[in-house]
Write a protein that binds this ligand. Structure first.
Ligand SMILES: [Zn+2]
Length: 152
């Protein structure tokens, strides 16, 4: 089972595997991309509603990886759907790939190169400028907010 992100419909991702998606993805799509979703649904795509408990589990995992601020409601619910269906998540979103990796969810990347291992983010304090390898709610030194930097 392949679980399709919004980007999968926009980039016209194709697979011969059974597919699934969630209602929030349909709401994000317009025009021909929305039509593609409807056509896929008509052809048997499974529309999945993940349990709230699973959605909360994904939310906690995103906090652990430092991706919580990057994930939309749609992203979180797609991850929950992929987790419940034990499927392959199809996305081009780095934060979703990172959380999926953390939870052992397989990812098929479209449009961009995926990450081969969990991404080691660097967190920089907006106040004192110190850098940290781990995510903190606040800078342990000065208490300011941390922002995530691309380590590359
Ligand atoms: Zn600081």
């Amino acid at each position: 089972m392949h679980i399709l992100d919004t980007s999968a419909f926009i980039h016209e991702y194709h697979t011969d595997e059974p597919t699934a998606s969630i209602p929030l993805v349909r709401e994000e799509l317009e025009g021909e991309h929305a039509f593609r979703f409807d056509a896929d649904e008509g052809a048997g795509m499974h529309i999945h509603i993940p349990a709230e408990g699973t959605v909360e589990k994904i939310g906690r995992a995103a906090v652990e990886t430092g991706d919580a601020n990057e994930l939309s409601e749609t992203d979180t619910r797609l991850l929950a759907a992929a987790f419940e269906l034990d499927g392959v998540l199809v996305t081009d979103d780095y934060a979703m790939q990172n959380v999926a990796e953390h939870l052992g969810i397989s990812v098929d990347v479209i449009a961009r190169d995926g990450i081969s291992e969990e991404r080691a983010w660097i967190f920089q304090c907006a106040g004192c400028g110190r850098e940290f390898d781990e995510h903190h709610e606040r800078c342990p030194i000065c208490g300011s907010e941390l922002t995530r930097k691309n380590p590359n």
